[in-house]
Design a protein around this ligand. Sequence first.
Ligand SMILES: [Ca+2]
Length: 243
Amino acid sequence: MNKTLAIVATISLVVSVTLGTITRPVDAAPPAPCPTPTPTATPVPTPTPVGPFLFDDFESGNFSKWTTVTATGDATATVQSTTVFAGTKAGYLHVTSSSTSKGNISKTLPAGTSAISLTGHFNIQGEGLSNSNVPAFRLFNNGTRILDVYRQNVSAGLWLRTNNGAGGWTFYNMNRTLNKFQWYTIKLQVGPANTVTVSLDGTQVFSQAIPLVSTTFTDAMVGAEHFQQVMDLYFDDITIAIP
Ligand SMILES: [Ca+2]
C-alpha cells in the first residue's frame, strides 16, 4: 500500500467509526425514492333521477299538484274513476253554455320558464258550438295566453293557435282530427327559442319556428279561462317538463 492509499483507507475508517450508529455504508446506493402516491379517484356521485316539473296521474284523487282549480257556476273540476286512461282515476272538466260556467286547472311555472314540454292524454266527450273548441293545453305569460292546442268543435280538427300580439290569433292546422270518446296523447313543446312542436299519439304533426309574443311562460293550463267554453274533457297522466 502506497502512502496515498493508506491515507484514504484511514479516512474511510475514521468516517466509519465516526458515523458509529449509521449502519449504512457511506458509499451505499441512495434510498429508492418514495413512490408518488397514486391519486385516489374522486367518487362520481350517482345522480339522483330528476323527474319532470309536474306529473299527475290523478291517482291521488285530487288536484293537489296544481296551483289553481277553477270551477265556477255549474262547471265542475273533478277526479273521477269512470273514464280513465291509466290506473283507476283521471281528471274531468265539465263546462256548460251557462254564462257563469268556467272550468280549468292551472300550474304556475318556475320563474323564467322559456322552454317547456306538456304531454297528456285527452278524451273529449262533450263539445259546444262549431265556432268554439275544447282546449288541451294553454300557455300564459302573466295572464296573457300566448298559445294553445285544441280540438275545434264539430269539425274535430286539431289546431295550434298563437297570440299575434294585435288582439288576434294565428292558426296552424295540425291536419289531424280527433274523434270524441277516444283517448289521444297530445304533446306540445315550446323551445328552444320560438320553435313549437306538436305531436299526436307519438307522431310529430307540426314543428316550426313561429312568431310568439312571449317566449317566457308563467302558467300552464288544462281547460279554458273563458266562460261558456262548453266541454266534457277527461284527461290523465299530465306531464309538464321544463328542460
Ligand atoms: Ca290515472
